[in-house]
Every structure is written in C-alpha cells, then in structure tokens.
Design a protein around this ligand. Structure first.
Ligand code: 7TS
Length: 418
C-alpha cells in the first residue's frame, strides 16, 4: 500500500527511533553479513517510504512536463511541482514562493548565485569573504569569479576547535567587500556557525550574505527571514529527498536584479532573433525541464520532517552526537577533529598511525558506512594538519546501539593495527 504523510503518526515526547526507522526501507538490510549501520548522512541521507511513494505516484500517474501543457497530466505535474515550492517556502519561512529557486543541489545553487549575481555585481579590486571551513562548493566558484574579474578572495580563519574568529571577520569587512559566503554547519567539523550574527555584521557594511545550508537544513529549523540572509542554498539528497533536488533561496529584490544563470525554455516571456524578454521569478532562473520528480520528492520529504517533528529529531541527533563524542573520544589513540562548543551531527576523527581509508574499509567490512577522506574540504584538512579524517554523521534514525557498534569496531581497528 502506498504510504502518505497523513499515515505517519507524529512521534511525540520521547523519540521512537524504531518507529522512525521503519519508515526507511534501505536501513533494513545486511552488508557483509552484518546489519547495515548507516553513518554517512552528511554525504547523503536515506529516503523514507513516503518520499519514494510520492516519486512513484508522479511516475505512474502524473509524468509529463510542467508549465507548458494544457492537458490534464501536465496540469497535475505543474500543481505538484509548484506545491513543492510552497512547501519549501514554508519550510525555510521565505516571504514568497518565487524566492525559492529549484536547482539540482547546493553546488548548482552557489554557482547560480556566482553567475547571476557575482558576475554582474563583482568586479576588479572587489573582495569576497568566505570562511576557512567551506566545502569546495563554496570555494571554487568564488575562486573562478575572482580569477575572471580580478577580485580578491579573503578567508575568515578559525581556532583549533574549529570555530570561526569573528573579530577577524570584522577586520576583513570593508567597503571593497561585495559578498560574504559562509557555511551554516561545517560538513567536515560539524561546527554550527553563528550565521545570524555574521549576517548582521556584514549588513553593517551593506554586504549581502550567502549561507551554505547544505548541512543545516536537514538538522535544524531554518528561518531565512529571521537570519536575514540574502541567499540560502541546500540539497534535497541530504534531507531525505532524492538526488537532483535542491534550493536557492534569495531575497526577491536580489534575484530580480540577477542575470539568468542559463538561457532556454521556460525562462522567457518572448523571444525574437533580436531580443529575449525574460520571464518573472522564479521561472527566469529555472531554464529547461527541471528534475520534476526529485523536487516533488523534496516537497514530500518536507512533509515527512514536519510530521515526525523537526525539533524532536534535532534533539535526538544532539543526544547521539553527545554520546558518540563521549564514547569515541575516550578510546585511546582517537582524536576528534572539530571540537566546537556548538556542533551538529558530525563526528570527524583520526587515529594515530592509521589512515582514515583503512578505518573506513574495516568499518565497511562490519557493515558500518562512514566517509573517509577530505570531505571536499581540503583547506580544513590543511588547517588541522591531517590528510583526511574518518567521519560518522548522524541522522534522527540512528541509534545509540549503532554508535556502540561503531565504537567497538574502532577499538578492533586499533587492535588490528597495533
Ligand atoms: N556544502 C556543504 C556544507 C556540503 O556538505 C556539501 C556536500 C555541499 C555544499 C555540496 O552539496 P551537493 O549536494 O551539491 O554535492 N557535502 C558532502 C559531504 O560532506 N560528503 O559528500 C558530500
């Protein structure tokens, strides 16, 4: 039977992790003969049945192109797609749905802002500020822009715990600063940055701020009006939706000033060989046929998160992080990378004399999925003087028992190598 969000009872006071796990078919399998322990949620989280079913409904009953058909199926697909945009609007508390632009993910979102806003409003001698803990997705596009425009990239440093130095940030802001790009939650360290304060700091200089919310949107309530951010991007596949879904939120007045990222169908009012008049928001920034099924899935994932209770989910994840930090940092030879006071859902660690890839491989043999590598944040690795880390990242469906399995397997890894 097809599951709908209405059929999911809200999980109340105490977090019923077994109940929530039952919603995720992928979790119930063995890997290398062991029950899967999925702790790579920062790379991609799993998809609940209700989201899978919503995708199937689209493919079985609604599949057609949006915005252009007068026929029944196209109207149903358009209603579902635009309905998903409304859900996103409420999810991040945007003022208007047209401020939510569908993209393939955070990377495409940041590139959209770079092309549409950066290339138009940032020039020679201007400065862009990012932080020392950005994912490559929030570094490379700005480097490309700086190279093209002869602008300068400046970097907010961090301390040994992985916390940004806000006094240094203040010192970097000046009349040449044209944009700040900062990650809300670091994927490599787990640090939750005080983005609201940073945005207020930047706004004193009239500088717009892009927040990379790829690791924040799945784990904490986000209110773009309260943050007063100018742009906010996230990926659906890290928040229980399919790959190919994601959002750039932008304040309407900024999105309206931007050049289109791509030209093509669905983003125009009229086209002649002499001139094209672009469509209004959001269409002018969404050229071509989008990932309709994926974005509808994002809408269903938002419904799911609302149904299970985002705050209780976040509280459970905070407890998992607390428990994992205490248990794993107590193992001799393990060092946690990223010890900020304010952290979310990510535990990066290294073990003396054992390469993280070896740790990841042995954990995999035991059915445990973690990520080992630089996490697309090589400057973070350089800052902490490690080639890579092993990273366990938690979702609300993980359990303390899984963390115990992880901890015991880490102890075995150390034994094997000693
Ligand atoms: N920003 C942050 C903070 C991220 O963690 C990621 C992906 C991205 C941007 C890019 O997102 P995408 O969906 O466009 O690829 N981070 C990770 C990770 O930590 N492991 O795999 C992907």
């Amino acid at each position: 039977m097809v599951q709908t969000v209405d059929s999911i009872a809200a999980v109340s006071d105490s977090w019923d992790v077994a109940r929530v796990r039952a919603d995720f078919p992928v979790l119930h399998q063995t890997v290398n003969g062991k029950p899967l322990v999925y702790l790579d949620n920062a790379a991609s989280s799993q998809v609940p049945q209700v989201v899978i079913d919503r995708g199937s409904i689209y493919l079985e009953q609604e599949h057609s192109n949006i915005h252009r058909g007068v026929h029944y199926l196209s109207q149903r697909a358009t209603t579902a797609y635009e309905g998903a945009r409304e859900k996103v609007k409420r999810f991040i508390n945007a003022r208007e749905a047209r401020e939510c632009i569908f993209v393939r993910g955070a990377t495409e979102g940041i590139n959209l802002v770079m092309y549409g806003y950066g290339r138009k409003f940032i020039g020679e001698g201007d400065e862009i500020i990012i932080s020392a803990m950005e994912h490559h997705a929030n570094i490379v596009p700005w480097q490309m822009l700086c190279q093209e425009k002869r602008a300068r990239l400046r970097v907010i440093p961090m301390n040994d715990a992985g916390e940004l130095l806000l006094d240094e940030f203040d010192g970097l802001l000046n009349e040449r600063t044209k944009l700040v790009g900062v990650v809300h939650v670091s994927n490599a360290l787990g640090t939750i940055n005080p983005v609201k304060e940073m945005i207020a700091q930047a706004h004193k200089y009239g500088v717009p701020v892009l927040v990379d919310g790829a690791q924040a949107a799945p784990h904490m309530p986000v209110d773009v009006q309260d943050l007063d951010c100018d742009f906010f991007v996230f990926s659906g596949h890290k928040m229980y939706a399919p790959t190919g879904s994601g959002i750039v939120y932008g304040k309407a007045e900024l999105l309206e000033k931007m050049d289109p990222f791509q030209g093509g169908g669905d983003m125009i009012k009229t086209v002649t060989f002499e001139k094209t008049i672009y469509a209004d928001l959001p269409n002018r920034l969404e050229a071509g046929t989008p990932a309709i099924a994926s974005q509808i899935g994002l809408g269903a994932a938002i419904d799911y998160l609302n149904a299970i209770g985002r705050e209780q989910a976040a509280a459970h994840e905070a407890e998992l992080l607390r428990y994992a930090t205490e248990r794993i940092s107590a193992i001799e030879g393990v060092r946690i990378v990223g010890t900020a006071k304010n952290k979310a859902s990510v535990l990066s660690f290294v073990i003396d004399d054992i390469h993280p890839h070896d740790i990841g491989t042995i954990l995999d043999q035991e059915g445990i999925a973690v990520r080992a590598g630089h996490h697309c944040a090589q400057p973070v690795m350089q800052r902490f003087n490690v080639p890579a880390t092993a990273r366990a990242s938690f979702a609300f469906y993980n359990t303390k028992e899984e963390i115990e399995v992880l901890a015991r397997t880490i102890e075995r890894v150390i034994e094997i190598f000693s």
